[in-house]
Design a binder for this molecule. Structure first.
Ligand code: IVH
Length: 788
């Protein structure tokens, strides 16, 4: 092979790779329909990098490899905008929008003209210059006449095409649009910054602006920026753009520019206001921040006739949403105690309107957040409502701080019960140590217990819970089942006396007892429940509905579950170490066992018990549990050796250290095990693990009776991807497993079939690439219906 030949081949391959990578970007950013998995994208990119390194002649500024950022430039050059980058006038009310439309109707002598309508994202306006279809220069808006050359940074924004698609583009084209930071990227960036002790971004807009103005493009490349196009600047003279703005946007999209999927065309004031309301309703669920919508007269002839006033066009206007941020004064910091005792600081604010709602409280998240913001009582603060989340204190205006304002510190005692507030090991969460002696925790535990998805006691609202608890009728959830009609009536009478309200019994005779009868009836009805609701209702830390469901499905029996040591819980699918330990800890508390005993004694029935799953039992043995117990230096291999040599937990406990070595353990592991077992608590745990194994053995039917054996999916591996409407992925997994399938997390040639729900991404692509069978949700449901 001649050198020329290889060089030609390399050039050809490089062109191929660049086309593939740009196509992947286009599908991802413009069509919102990715087909290439991240890993495959990276692989192709690395191949291209290697080729370019080996053949320097192949390097080119618009290669996808340049999107990782080139070396710092020192400072930004100035760019004069040939067509100035204008700003927009604002409308804040329906009347102002109607006036805007009326001015156009009068001047153009037209009725109900058509407008292109678009979201107004809060980012940074930029201009992108393309010559012969290639990106050559990008600039910020600057003062509208002159901006800064941020070409190198814009190359790192993957949503910006480096080469135009198709062929019918003008030789010179300048496209304008907004660079922004999607909310998910903003949140992820800040979470990472917090974890690493770095500086957080104040809002997505600052995120976008700060990132683009980085002198080091490699830093920009680390920031997940996005872009959408909303206008055209200079165009080659010999090129005729379409006659309307909306048609131009469509063409931009064909050339490879992302255009907002939320844009459209409407007519007249009513059309505009309808769009405004529609976007307002959608605002909180969009993946990016918008601060309003933009209306642009759609036809260019009309735009030319309307012209400009100072620096804004008369044919376009921004209709702003009410501000999401406001300034107010922090009057105090209260401590709220959660159901599990977590102490959350809450800002008490001088009431202020934010986005149409009066805000008096805002979350401060935790003590660390307060330290980070350095908020002090009396400070002027900026509160923000973003999405449908609770308002939060975004930042402080330090200029207005009193010079002697002291730093804030977490109080030492719980404001509700006076117990000590202690800092948890992770250092972030502070917790009231009062447990169920703390009225705040107790009331919330009762509220959770009675809630619809737990025991579902209809009519037991927060007010009754407050009174029942404050007046001493209900100290624990089990007390609910002791209540009698007379207790409720007496409680009500005392509460009325306390509040100085006229007793309803006097006012309305019999009607006033109806609520009490209803409540007693609802409490009675709740006695018959399922194991899964019962477990969820107990309010065990980290145990939500899905964990409760898994416990019930796999273990089947409250009498068993409440005696299991924590390592056994770790064997359940989707239960990790933290959840397993929380479960074990809960059942280790005599007080909790007492509550369960009381509930059962008072007639609560936690479903029909069934034997534990044989499948679970299969995976449960001394070796797996030894690994789950996280004994230092006892790895899977060592655990297997120990299990093989000793057979059961008691024998292992009775054996001397040298017997571990005889079993095959290196001296180091043997020593680590011996010292671990010398701690009483650990030896007890191992004893309990042994007992649990014996108990499970006695309860579990022989493996041959397992439902999985002989299933229609025996030996098949399934992969689930995307969301399903009819059930959770966990449920689908469980049901497929019951039919014999093995459910795996990644697609390979050996995969039997892939179930692709909505928004299925790279796994679906991989399946298609490998020719693996793909099921949609309908097919899955049909199959389950037939075989279950
Ligand atoms: S059009 C001549 N369309 O809003 C019209 N601007 O206040 C020029 N913006 O600087 C702008 N989304 O940063 C237009 N769909 C959109 C927009 C939009 C956001 C920003 C842009 C501009 C500012 C004007």
């Amino acid at each position: 092979m001649t050198p020329n030949n290889t060089a030609d081949q390399a050039a050809q391959r490089a062109a191929e790779l660049r086309a593939q990578l740009e196509d992947a970007n286009y599908r991802y950013y413009v069509l919102d329909d990715p087909t290439l998995a991240d890993a495959d994208y990276d692989r192709l990119l690395r191949e291209l990098e290697a080729l370019e390194a080996a053949h320097p002649a192949l390097a080119s500024a618009d290669s996808p490899t340049q999107r990782v950022g080139s070396v710092p430039s020192g400072q930004f050059a100035q760019v004069r905008h040939a067509v100035p980058m204008l700003s927009l006038g604002n409308a804040f009310s329906d009347e102002e929008v109607a006036d805007f439309v009326r001015r156009i109707e009068e001047r153009l002598d037209r009725e109900s003209p058509e407008f292109s309508v678009e979201p107004k994202l809060d980012g940074l306006a930029i201009s992108l210059r393309y010559e012969h279809g290639a990106f050559v220069q990008g600039a910020t808006r600057g003062d509208g006449a002159t901006g800064e050359d941020v070409t190198a940074n814009l190359r790192t924004v993957k949503a910006i095409p480096m080469k135009l698609r198709g062929g019918d583009w003008p030789a010179l084209l300048e496209v304008r649009g907004e660079v922004y930071m999607p909310l998910a990227a903003f949140k992820a960036y800040n979470e990472k910054a917090i974890a690493e002790g770095g500086k957080v971004l104040a809002n997505p807009r600052n995120g976008a602006a700060g990132s683009l103005r980085q002198l080091d493009p490699r830093v920009t490349a680390q920031r997940p920026l996005a872009f959408y196009a909303y206008a055209v600047g200079v165009v080659a003279e010999d090129y005729a753009l379409p006659a309307s703005h909306s048609a131009t946007l469509k063409r931009l999209r064909e050339w490879g520019f992302p255009v907002s999927a939320e844009s459209g065309v409407v007519a007249g004031t009513d059309g505009l206001l309808g769009y405004y309301r529609q976007m307002g309703a959608k605002r909180d669920s969009l993946p990016f921040d918008i601060d309003g919508v933009v209306y642009k007269l759609d036809d260019y002839a009309g735009q030319r006739e309307m012209g400009f006033v100072s620096r804004a066009p008369r044919w376009a206007i921004a209709h702003k949403f009410p501000a999401q941020e406001q300034t107010t004064v922090l009057e105090g910091i209260d401590i709220q105690i959660g159901r599990t005792g977590a102490a959350t600081p809450v800002a008490r604010l001088k009431p202020v309107q934010v986005a149409g709602v009066v805000v008096t409280n805002a979350t401060l998240h935790n003590a660390d957040q307060i330290a980070r913001l350095d908020v002090r009582i009396g400070d002027t603060v900026i509160v923000r409502r973003a999405g449908d989340v609770i308002p939060e204190v975004a930042r402080v205006v330090p200029e207005y701080r009193a010079p002697d304002a002291p730093q804030w510190r977490m109080p030492e005692r719980c404001p509700v019960c006076g117990s000590e507030i202690l800092r948890e090991e992770d250092g972030v969460v502070w917790r009231c140590s009062g447990g169920l002696t703390c009225a705040a925790q107790r009331k919330q535990a009762v509220g959770h217990f009675a809630s619809r998805r737990a025991m579902d006691i209809e009519g037991l609202g927060d007010r009754y819970i407050e009174d029942l608890s404050d007046l001493g009728y209900v100290q624990s959830v089990a007390d609910l089942y002791k209540l009698e009609l007379d207790d409720l009536l007496e409680m009500k009478r005392r509460a009325d006396e306390r509040d100085g309200t006229t007793p309803e019994t006097v006012k309305a005779g019999k009607v006033a007892t109806k609520w009490a009868e209803n409540l007693i009836e609802a409490i009675d009805r709740s006695r018959d429940t399922t194991l899964e609701r019962f477990l969820f209702a107990l309010g065990i830390q980290h145990v939500g509905e899905s964990t409760a469901k898994a416990l019930s499905a796999w273990l089947g029996d409250l009498a068993l579950i409440r005696r299991l040591p924590w390592p056994v819980f770790k064997r359940l699918p989707d239960v990790g170490g933290e959840v397993a330990r929380a479960l074990g800890h809960f059942f280790d508390q005599p007080g909790n066992q007492q509550v369960i005993d009381d509930l059962l004694a008072r007639g609560v029935r936690a479903g029909e018990a069934h034997p534990p799953s044989a499948k679970l039992r299969d995976g449960l043995n001394l070796a797996t549990l030894l690994v789950d117990m996280e004994i230092p230096k006892v790895t899977k291999i060592r655990a297997d050796q120990l299990a093989a040599a000793f057979g059961d937990a008691q024998k292992l406990l009775d054996a001397p250290e040298h017997a571990y070595v005889t079993a095959g353990l290196p001296a180091e592991s043997a020593q680590a095990l011996a010292s671990w077992l010398s701690v009483d608590e650990n030896a007890q745990l191992l004893t309990r693990v042994g007992e649990a194994l014996a108990r499970l053995d006695a309860l579990t039917p022989a493996a041959s009776a397992a439902p999985a054996a002989g299933g229609p999916l025996d030996g098949k591996t399934a992969v689930l991807t995307g969301g399903l409407d009819a059930m959770s992925r966990d449920e689908a997994k469980e049901r497929l497993e019951k039919l014999g399938a093995k459910v795996s997390g990644s697609v390979s040639k050996k995969t039997g079939f892939v179930v692709a729900g909505s928004d299925a991404g790279s796994k679906l692509a991989k399946a298609q690439e490998l020719g693996v069978e793909v099921w949609d949700e309908a097919k899955l449901l049909a199959f389950l219906a037939e075989h279950e």
